[in-house]
Design a protein around this ligand. Structure first.
Ligand code: DOR
Ligand code: ZN
Ligand code: ZN
Length: 346
């Protein structure tokens, strides 16, 4: 058994409408808080829209849930610097998400000309608002497995040079280059997903193509996975939990042009426990899952606890996404850890 302070998920997709009610229940069962990504259709672009989305999330929670959604807004070429002040003053918005336009699901409204956003980044640096980056270039001539490393060299290095105090979370880091870049810059941090800690790209091709393991950034080779796992289990407060749990209907994944996203909210903490146990570092799970993210964002640590027990359970083949089924990560497989108790959270 392992008891931890209640964890938070610093990167999750909760969607909207009918799907929201189904997926938020999983996240709220395991986490006290979660940083909710803004890539809805249309995206959440303003503080006002974030406040409205937050109300819909609260209304979709299971009765009695104390879960707190932490909201983000979506950076576009027309974001106004004053929006950053409204976001900062709101106590609802905790980050601004930077999607290079076309990098991933619902990113069309993202950044096309970063130069258009220099005043916004300057304002964020000034008021202490965190930039959350999807760190991949979108140039189709760049190999998909190299897009993260090229983003660091051609975009992120420049942002960091121009705005040396800007707080930046490198979301869902997938490469040794990202780990190194974060370690070299104390104002940066990174979230790490369960799938990138547990799997390398070979898993996508295990006896056939595995659409449910396709996410962006795409899984990388084994040496990168090992670099991520070393960072996660190092005890460094710059690396913390962010599932990037991203639900898509089964039919949208099992398609000639399948959507990117791995759904892990149903088993997030057991999956991270498996990754940490694989290198004998369960003692470092609490910092990663429950302390470092809150510390980075300047929010209080949770006071409740959760208990993980080493006990086999089989992940269901499907969960509901409302009108359609969803295939979760590790569907039909046995997991070795389960959450057996959730204590009071304040
Ligand atoms: O795999 C992904 N799915 N990567 C992202 O960046 C977005 C996400 C989604 O919203 O489905
Ligand atoms: Zn992303
Ligand atoms: Zn994401």
């Amino acid at each position: 058994m392992l008891t931890l302070a209640t964890p938070d998920d610093w990167h999750v997709h909760l969607r909207d409408g009918e799907a929201l009610r189904h997926v938020v229940a999983h996240t709220a069962a395991g986490f006290a808080r979660a940083m909710v990504m803004p890539n809805l259709k249309p995206p959440v672009r303003t503080t006002q829209e974030a406040i409205q989305y937050r109300s819909r999330i609260l209304a979709a929670l299971p009765a009695g849930s104390q879960f707190q959604p932490l909201m983000t807004i979506y950076l576009t070429d027309s974001t106004e610097p004053d929006e950053i002040n409204r976001a900062k003053a709101s106590d609802v918005v905790f980050g601004v998400k930077y999607y290079p336009a076309g990098a991933t699901y619902n990113s069309d409204a993202g950044v096309r000309r970063l130069n258009a956003d220099m005043k916004v980044l300057a304002r964020m640096e000034e008021v202490g608002m965190t930039l959350q980056v999807h760190g991949e270039v979108t140039d189709s001539s760049v190999d998909p497995f190299d897009r993260e490393a090229v983003f660091i060299d051609t975009v992120l290095s420049d942002i960091v040079r121009r705005f040396p105090s800007l707080r930046i979370v490198f979301e869902h880091a997938t490469t040794r280059e990202a780990v190194q870049f974060v370690q070299d810059h104390p104002q940066l941090a990174a979230t790490l997903t369960p799938q990138h800690l547990l799997l390398s790209r070979s898993a996508m091709f295990d006896r056939g193509i595995r659409p449910h393991l396709y996410c962006l950034p795409i899984l990388k080779r084994e040496s990168h996975r090992q670099a991520l796992l070393a960072a996660a289990t190092s005890g460094s407060p710059q690396f913390f939990l962010g599932t990037d749990s991203a639900p898509h209907a089964q039919s949208a994944k099992e398609s000639a042009c399948g959507c990117a996203g791995v759904y892990s909210a149903h088993a997030a903490l057991p999956l991270y426990a498996e990754a940490f146990a694989s290198v004998g570092r369960l003692d470092r799970l609490e910092g990663f899952a429950s302390h470092f993210g809150a510390d980075y964002y300047g929010l209080p640590r949770n006071t409740g606890t959760v208990t993980l027990t080493q006990e086999d359970w089989i992940v269901p083949e499907h969960y509901s996404l409302g009108t359609q089924p969803l295939v979760p990560f590790r569907a039909g497989e046995t997991l070795a850890w389960r959450v057996t108790s959730v204590g009071e959270t304040v």
